[in-house]
Every structure is written in C-alpha cells, then in structure tokens.
Design a protein around this ligand. Structure first.
Ligand SMILES: Nc1ncnc2c1ncn2[C@@H]1O[C@H](COP(=O)(O)OP(=O)(O)O)[C@@H](O)[C@H]1O
Ligand SMILES: [Mg+2]
Length: 355
C-alpha cells in the first residue's frame, strides 16, 4: 500500500497572523467566528490558569534558548476552559506556525501521514479530541512523536518494502476532555501534561470585562460579576452569556449591562444562581424523583432525559461534580445533600436515609 499525502483536513496558521481561523469541528461557523474574535493570543491576555502559565513560560524560554522545539504537550479538562486557546498562545509565544486538526478528521492513515509530511521544523501540530484517534493512526504517531520518523510500506505483497522517512522535529499538542480514555502508550509520549481547572469568579469577571471591551459593550463591575457567577467556571459560557445579556440590555434597556439587567436576563434564560440550566436541573431532579437520589447509571439517566451520554458526561457532569451537587460512585450517579438543597428539597435527611 502506498500512502499519499493529502492536505484537505487541516489548516496552517501563521504565528504572526492575528486572525487565527481555528478549526473546531463540533461548533457552528457563527460560534467559531465569535470565539475567534475574542480568543486571547498571548499569555498576557490569557486569564487565570496561573500555575500552568508559569510552568509553560519557563518551558518555552528553555526551548528557545536551546533552539529546540517544545516537548509534546497534552491538555485535558472539560470543554470551554481554554485548551485550544492555549495551543494558539503557545504557538504565538514560540513564534511557530500551528496546524490544527482533530481526531475525527484523521480517519484514514493517509490523513495523519499527509499532515506529518507537510510539517516544517519547529512547527506545532494541534490534535483536538485526541482520545478519539483510531489505533492505526495512533501507531503511526508513536515513532513520529518519539524519534521523528515515519515507517511507510510500498509495493504489493511479494515486493513489499518498508521505507523509513525522517520527519522534522515538531511539537504535538493534544487536547482532550477525557484523559482517562487515552491509551497508555499515547499518554506516555507526552512530556508535559496539564489539567485545566475551572475558573474563579474573579477570573471569569475579567473574562467578561475583556469580552465586553472587545465587543464594545458597556458593562459595570457588578454586571460583570453577575454574569461570572452564573458561568459555571467556564470562559466559553461566560462569553456566550455576555452576548445574550447584551442583546437583552439593548432591547429592554439602554444597552448597558448592570447587575439587575444581567440578573433579569439570566432569569429569563432559566440559568439559575449557580449557573445551572434546565438540563442540569432536570438531571438532578430525575435522580431524586425517580431513583431516590441514586445511585443510577449514566445510560439510564441519558435515556430518561433524551440526552446523549457523551453530552451529559462531557458537558453537564464535570461542573455538577465540581460544585458538589452530584457524586460519582462505582454504582452510578448520586445527588449530594447540596444538590437536594439547591433544588429546594426540604427533607434532605429523610431523603438521605434512602441512600
Ligand atoms: N484563559 C482564558 N482567558 C480568556 N478567555 C478564554 C480563556 N480560556 C478560554 N477563553 C475563551 O473561551 C473560549 C473557549 O476556549 P477554548 O480554548 O476553545 O476551550 P476548549 O478548547 O478547552 O474547549 C475562547 O473563545 C476564548 O475566548
Ligand atoms: Mg477546543
């Protein structure tokens, strides 16, 4: 089998260009365009994640001094916390170009081979949702990551030849919402692994103010905090809420976001004071009402809510767990006493005795 390079599935982004058309497969174009206009491009504008930023700055300086590419990096954590953004920031700070793709786009061997063969020395390859790589693609990546070469076979059965093709030294940055689903051998090939954390309210208020500033939306400090409080620790959600609240402010008021404007508009959107939306509340309610608070399996919950298991696991659960409203046990999910209280259930102790 001969493998032909094919470059349809990825984009190269020049480090010096300001507008990065970063590809995010599971989002609409409007979402993507919006996100790209407000995506921080440097460490200075990247808010929070102080620990990760400090370590990365040193790693980047050391790599530059040695005139070597960075070690391969893996970022994991719930969606919207800034993994893709961080990959772009690193490229910018390294002065390197970045090619962006995602595991679902790397279906055939020639997809990954094509990308690897097109890389230049020092370039960064970003693979999103890296836990979804198929086995063949993963095996092509191992020697590429470790020793920078590709093993290619050419010819038919009797005349088969293996060709060892050297690759330029590049840096792979992988991102995933599910570090646990990454195979051991792949995980071991990343020199640097970081988990992104949920953001504090102060940090989210900064995200909100920064976004409002870029979009030329007027907002006061209390308004920024009101949005930050309901953003589930997630910059992507904070940014979306800024847009929605700004629409409301424009139609119902003079366009300025104050605390009361933010709160009224978020109430209308049915986002409660913890940032939970209808799906989150329905999930907790279902477990309490139908399964005595749990434990109950995620598949059962998903079927009852008519939701996708992956959406529940990747999007809903991480925040509910972190907020202490939901608990994960070997036998399934359980609503915590705080979860009962949050939904206004009075007889917490009665309900608890059922556990
Ligand atoms: N540290 C940050 N500071 C400011 N904005 C951020 C930060 N992290 C993420 N964002 C914003 O949130 C949005 C989603 O971030 P993204 O990197 O796409 O998340 P992920 O890849 O983890 O799903 C981006 O458009 C960006 O504007
Ligand atoms: Mg991303």
């Amino acid at each position: 089998m001969s493998i032909i390079a094919d470059d349809n599935d990825f984009k190269t982004i020049r480090a010096k260009e300001e507008k990065n058309p970063i590809v995010e497969p599971e989002e609409s174009d409007t979402d993507r365009n919006f996100e790209n206009t407000i995506r921080p491009k440097s460490f200075d504008s990247y808010i929070g994640q102080a620990g990760i930023k400090d370590t990365l700055k040193i790693t980047i300086q050391a790599a530059k001094k040695r005139e070597m590419p960075l070690d391969h990096l893996l970022f994991y954590g719930p969606p919207g916390l800034g993994k893709t953004t961080l990959a772009g920031v690193i490229a910018q700070e390294m002065g390197a170009d970045i090619k962006i793709t995602s595991a679902p786009a790397l279906e055939r061997p020639r997809d990954i081979v094509g990308i690897l063969m097109s890389l230049k020395g020092g370039e960064i390859l970003f693979i999103d949702e890296i836990h979804r790589l198929n086995r063949v693609t993963e095996e092509i990546l191992y020697p590429a990551m470790e020793d920078f070469y590709l093993d290619m076979t050419t010819g038919k059965s009797q005349t088969v030849k293996t060709l060892r093709l050297p690759l330029p030294k590049f840096t792979l940055i992988g991102a995933t919402t599910k570090a646990g689903e990454l195979s051991g051998p792949l995980r071991d090939r990343f020199g640097i692994i970081h988990r992104l954390e949920f953001y504090s309210q102060d940090e989210l208020a900064q995200v909100v103010e920064r976004t409002a500033d870029i979009l030329k939306i007027e907002i006061d400090e209390a308004g920024a905090y009101a949005i930050a409080k309901r953003s589930r620790g997630t910059p992507r959600i904070a940014n979306r809420l800024v847009k929605r609240v700004s629409d409301y402010a424009l139609v119902k008021h003079n366009g300025k976001i104050t605390e009361s404007v933010a709160n009224k508009s978020l109430d209308i959107l049915k986002i409660d004071e913890f940032g939970l939306d209808t799906t989150d509340r329905n999930l907790l309610k279902l477990i309490i009402d139908k399964y005595d608070g749990g434990p109950v399996g995620i598949e059962t919950i998903a079927a009852a809510l008519g939701e996708d298991v992956r959406t529940l696991e990747d999007v809903c659960e991480p925040f509910l767990l972190q907020a202490g409203l939901l608990q994960r046990t070997p036998r399934g999910r359980k609503v915590s006493p705080a979860g009962y209280r949050h939904l206004g259930y009075k007889n917490i102790s009665d309900q608890q005795s059922l556990f």
